[in-house]
Design a protein around this ligand. Structure first.
Ligand code: ATP
Length: 729
């Protein structure tokens, strides 16, 4: 029989700096396997005889200088100064907090001063009685009385005499002197001293007597100005307990009898507003397994779900878990102020501030060369998150904003003063305006691509917009931000949905390098409301609370749910909190900055001022409400009529748009039959099924227009305008 021996548990080490215990760090934590009792008659061998070479050579620690230097070279250097001392932002925040804390504490106690004074005054009679009693006992040497009576009881005359002679004398005289001085002082105070001195004197005496009459169990200052809730310290035992409760067979094996235990590659430390534990999971267990059981882990740790944030370690093996347990639930933690809330401008070529992560660290998003999809259940915080990014874009005066909010609640209306295009509403007209703007953007992609292709290689080495090119307004390569809130209304629209999907897909695919940024927010991420081509090509995704796997993966990408990135674990109170994917190498937890309407209005005032100074206020912001394409639409009837050749009285839509694009590519490049239908609709012309022969001579039925229908409207319009010109003013 073989016995397993375990290393004795080392005494807890002491931290030389804090003098306290070094945080729990005793790898590996596993079972202590007791030697199995020997059966009667059985021999216990300390070491089994083995033959051949051992597979694992004994590990002896190399303590040579070279080895230690090598280990130090590969180690991680801890910062010399605390981060709040090296970061001016953190220093200012900490200083502000300290000043605010002191001011609050003073104000709290200042308001309660009369109550404290009344309590002290009420205790002063008891204090007076105690003062008299203490003085009398002292004068009579009360402590010696017990010894003297003891000597009398024992009949020890010698001891009694000794004690009697040692009795202090003249104490009554001192008490009397004190009384005389006090009386004289009182007479002087009330006879000659000014009012304030009398008040001060009485306060001091009452204060002293109140203090003497106090009860240590009932202090005068009853409550604290700031109530702190101290979270339980995270220890390796707690982590192991929680991991063992997850029902993962490999973990149970590791922590069970004979298992290898769970190891902690570095000590559990305080990090920001919580505890951080780095854990090496047992072989075969991945961080994704833990992420998928976040709720159970929180239960095992006995912490609220919003405090427990497991995540993979960067650049490490798949079993290295970084567990962050915050003191306060992320949803209840006081939100940090947005970096651009009070001042400053943004540059869309750099990451713009978005919010904070679970450790309170700033989270930024690079919008340039990317696109963003935000998705969640209604009321989870999509619009707020979108608005934060739009406010940042507004603070970059070079960026043009086209904003469409298809719910009609006016959630983005605060941004109207800086928007080039703006429309809000749940109606067909708003959808049409959105599509019209998207068509313009689509056409602009062509122009941008041509501009870039004509530039010398030295100016544009990567064939994409650079900050320098964007700054040259004449090139028209400035950042163009298109935001569509509640985009499910657009993509599921019976008439424009398909075209909108195609336009957005093209903008996402080609616009990235050309300085066009598309931001979409949706509360219905299914394949009818969000084209798969759009969801598959978006670069950055922010998913707040969703119901299940389908919605989660539609927004965050395929297999995210399976990998443990589950926005369905958020609760209704987790407003503004979501998984952010694509903004950094790994999925992040982020809470968008909280900017309400009044705060947003102030920021927009600043943004507008920046744009006025830069001369970049255009479109809706300066009262030009009609889209450029609306103007082009006035001529569309003439243009369509002109593509019918001699002898043709009907044409399919696809032929009309192809000929229009050929005749006037500047106005009609990229038009689809749907776009044509949308342009003709305001004139009361709808497409019809037109039977015609195709190139092969086969007769087919397709959507198109009769020339007579077009010319009739042209003639009617002309007649009406001539009549109105002739009418007397
Ligand atoms: N970062 C945040 N921090 C705290 N509260 C937030 C945050 N973001 C949003 N909220 C709260 O959540 C509420 C809903 O936000 P929002 O209107 O953005 O939701 P939504 O998902 O767009 O809803 P809907 O789909 O109905 O438009 C807001 O009124 C706000 O109080």
């Amino acid at each position: 029989m073989t016995t397993t021996t375990t290393a004795p548990v080392a005494p807890e080490p002491q931290d030389p700096f804090t003098g306290g215990k070094v945080l729990d760090f005793r790898p590996p934590i596993g079972p202590v396997t007791e030697p199995a009792p020997a059966e009667p008659g059985e021999t216990v061998h300390e070491h089994e005889e083995t033959t051949g070479e051992p597979v694992d050579l004994p590990v002896t620690e190399d303590r040579s200088l070279a080895a230690r230097m090598n280990a130090a070279r590969n180690g991680t250097r801890r910062p010399v100064f605390a981060s709040w001392l090296t970061s001016s932002e953190e220093f200012v925040n900490t200083a502000k907090w300290a000043a605010d804390h002191a001011a609050h504490t003073m104000a709290y106690h200042a308001v309660r001063c009369p109550l404290y004074a009344a309590k002290i005054a009420a205790r002063s009679p008891r204090g007076l009685v105690r003062a008299v009693a203490v003085s009398a006992n002292w004068a009579m040497d009360a402590e010696g009385r017990a010894l003297r009576s003891d000597a009398v009881t024992k009949g020890d005359a010698e001891l009694y005499l000794k004690l009697h002679n040692a009795k202090p004398r003249g104490r009554w005289w001192l008490v009397l002197l004190g009384l005389v001085i006090l009386t004289a002082g009182a007479l002087v105070l009330f006879g000659y001293a000014p009012m304030w001195a009398q008040f001060l004197g009485v306060s001091v005496v009452l204060g002293l007597l109140g203090w003497l009459g106090g009860n240590p169990d009932r202090p005068v200052v009853g409550g604290r100005a700031v109530v702190t809730s101290k979270a339980q310290k995270l220890t390796s035992d707690i982590v192991v307990r929680a991991l063992s409760a997850l029902g993962i067979a490999e973990v149970n094996k590791a922590v069970g009898k004979g298992g290898g235990g769970i190891t902690f590659p570095s000590p559990i430390t305080r990090e920001g507003p919580g505890w951080r534990a780095d854990v090496d999971l047992p072989y075969g267990v991945t961080v994704a397994d833990i992420l998928a059981r976040r709720a159970q882990l929180a239960s095992g740790l006995r912490r609220p779900l919003g405090c427990v944030w497991p995540e993979p370690a960067h650049d490490q093996h798949a079993g290295r878990l970084v567990l962050f347990v915050s003191d306060v639930d992320m949803a209840q933690a006081k939100p940090k102020a947005w970096a651009l809330a009070k001042g400053g401008a943004a540059d869309l070529f750099k990451a713009v501030p978005f919010g904070t992560d679970q450790r309170g660290r700033a989270v930024g998003i690079d919008l340039m060369y990317s696109n963003l999809l935000i998705g969640a259940m209604p009321g989870a915080g999509k619009t707020f998150a979108l608005r934060v990014l739009l406010l940042a874009a507004a603070l970059d005066p070079t960026a043009e904003l086209r904003l469409f909010e298809l719910k009609g609640s006016g959630d983005l209306s605060t941004l109207e003063p800086v928007a080039h295009h703006y429309a809000s509403g749940p109606d067909d007209e708003t959808i049409e305006q959105t599509v019209t703007s998207l068509r313009e953007v689509y056409k602009d992609l062509e122009r941008r691509a041509k501009t870039i292709s004509k530039l010398p290689r030295a100016q544009c080495p990567e064939n994409k917009v650079t900050p320098e090119l964007s700054a040259k307004r004449s090139l028209g390569l400035f950042p163009l931000v298109v935001a569509i809130d509640e985009c499910q209304e657009l993509f599921s629209h019976a008439e424009y949905g398909k075209e909108a999907g195609e336009l957005c897909t093209a903008i996402i695919k080609r616009g990235r390098a050309l300085g066009v940024i598309l931001l979409l927010a949706t509360q219905r991420p299914d394949k009818n409301s969000l084209p798969t081509a759009v969801s598959a090509n978006v670069g950055v995704r922010f998913c707040l609370r969703v119901m299940g796997q389908l919605e989660n993966d539609m927004i965050l990408g395929t297999s995210m749910y399976q990998n443990g990135v589950r926005a369905s674990t958020f609760t209704p109170k987790d407003k503004g909190i979501g998984y952010l994917v694509g903004a950094s190498d790994d999925p992040q937890i982020a809470r968008s900055a909280y900017i309400d309407n009044p705060a947003a209005e102030k920021i927009v005032v600043r943004a507008r001022a920046l744009r006025e100074r830069a001369g970049t206020l255009t479109g809706h912001a300066i009262g030009e409400t009609q889209l450029a394409e609306d103007a082009a639409r006035a001529n569309v009837l003439d243009d369509v009529a002109s593509v019918y050749q001699a002898g043709e009285d009907r044409l399919w839509s696809e032929v009309i748009v192809a000929r229009l694009a050929e005749q006037r590519p500047d106005a009609y490049q990229g038009w689809t039959p749907n776009a044509l239908a949308a342009a003709l609709k305001p004139h009361g012309i709808a497409p019809k099924q037109i039977p015609l022969r195709d190139d092969t001579g086969t007769e087919r039925n397709k959507r198109g227009y009769l020339l007579a229908a077009i010319t009739e409207v042209i003639l009617t319009t002309r007649r009406v305008s001539t009549e109105s010109d002739d009418s007397p003013v």
